[in-house]
Design a protein around this ligand. Sequence first.
Ligand SMILES: [Zn+2]
Length: 319
Amino acid sequence: MRAAPVLALVAVLATASLTACSAGESAGDAPSGTSIVTTTTILGSITSDIAACADPEATVTTLMPIGTDPHDFAPSSQQVAQLVSADLVITNGIGLEAGLTDSLDNAVSDGATVLAVGERLDPLPFGAHADDQADHADEHGSEDPHVWFDMARMATAAEIIGDALAEGGNTAYAECGTQVADGIRSAESGVRATLESVPADRRILVTDHDALGYLAEAYGYEIAGTVIPGGSTLAEPSSADLASLVATIRTEDAPAIFANTADSTTLADAVASEVGRPIEVVQLYVGSVGEPGSGAEDYISMMQTDAALIADALSPEAR
Ligand SMILES: [Zn+2]
């Protein structure tokens, strides 16, 4: 059995120094109207909640539109300019925003302050969950960016974001970060109950790319295989990879393939059609929250929706 997740306490807070305090302000003033940029809709959701609590005049701009695959997003030139003018830029980091790397590096050279919050959340190596899978060996040595699938880590992220924003002089951000973190922690118990309602021997995840390692580790699931090898959606599987996955699905008797709402399910559908028995392809909210009305429009409801979709697809009544 896998060990319970160890959440490292992040003692060193963001070194981000905000520029919201103008020279004329006294130290006791709480500056308002902080301008914050986030990369993913998930970080946008959490940061918006913190900002709405701490400073009604703050603006939170999320670079990625809803439904975007974060591995495959490139910013407009207007968005690149926003990186430099923001008081704080909040990214996931750990290589998630592959199409933003150069823009972020350039923005830092031009004076932008970037908080790569995922890198402060004790990232797991890829394959940490695949304790019985030798074919993930090539992934060792790199870290998995999909930290948001562990809600305990994202509660810590809310505290780190609040503390970083409080360095601009408005201490309400730190309190609001704690409040949002508490909300995530209390929602986690429901998500955990949903995921733990699946019998242990059916907690088998086959996914479109290696995105659910944190969920597997935090909530007691096994990643049996992935359609696209590795932790990005940008790689392409060989026909041998796909044949091997079909064999794994048969051996493990996996009930479903979990794809994501931001990408085509063509490959997952092709694998499903080779299995020789009906197998459901379920689209989860993986790299982005859902559209308004989807029931997954913020971070917490996205996790609740995904947990329900996983439990429905894997429960013994599903077949
Ligand atoms: Zn991903």
